[in-house]
Design a protein around this ligand. Structure first.
Ligand code: AMP
Ligand code: ZN
Length: 119
């Protein structure tokens, strides 16, 4: 059985605050939010990161972005409805980029002004 913390969340062995789920993906609130809205969107399939994606995972990773779009609209973050609004999608790939959990995840950040470049 996988020791991966996000696989444990998917199996219900570690509690999480669910935002969305379907047969391919699961979304939940980050335990240490860095923005008023900070949601993680993960595939049910364990992939350690974008760097471990194979060709067969292309549609799955695309689906994560589709879920992000849907959640952002539900939470009224989408500039498609209000052009003054917005959100940020982040994937850290590898330790130097700040990845700490090696199960692919898309950060959805919103609810405050963002700056660029990120740290
Ligand atoms: P990253 O640094 O990109 O690998 O992001 C990992 C994220 O997972 C961090 O933002 C953590 O706060 C978050 N995290 C770690 N453990 C948990 C947990 N048990 N529940 C929710 N979020 C978590
Ligand atoms: Zn995992």
């Amino acid at each position: 059985m996988s020791e991966c913390i996000f696989c444990k969340i998917l199996r219900g062995e570690i509690p999480s605050r669910k935002v969305y789920e379907d047969d391919l993906a699961y979304a939940f609130h980050d335990i240490n939010p860095v923005a008023p809205i900070h949601i993680l969107i993960i595939p049910r399939k364990h992939l350690s990161g974008v760097h471990e994606m194979s060709e067969e995972d292309r549609a799955l990773v695309g689906h994560l972005f589709w879920v992000a779009r849907r959640i952002a609209e539900d939470l009224e973050l989408s500039p498609a409805k209000d052009p003054t609004r917005g959100y940020r999608l982040v994937i850290n790939s590898g330790p130097q980029a700040g990845q700490t959990v090696f199960h692919l995840h898309l950060h959805l950040l919103g609810g405050r002004e963002m700056t660029w470049p990120p740290g």
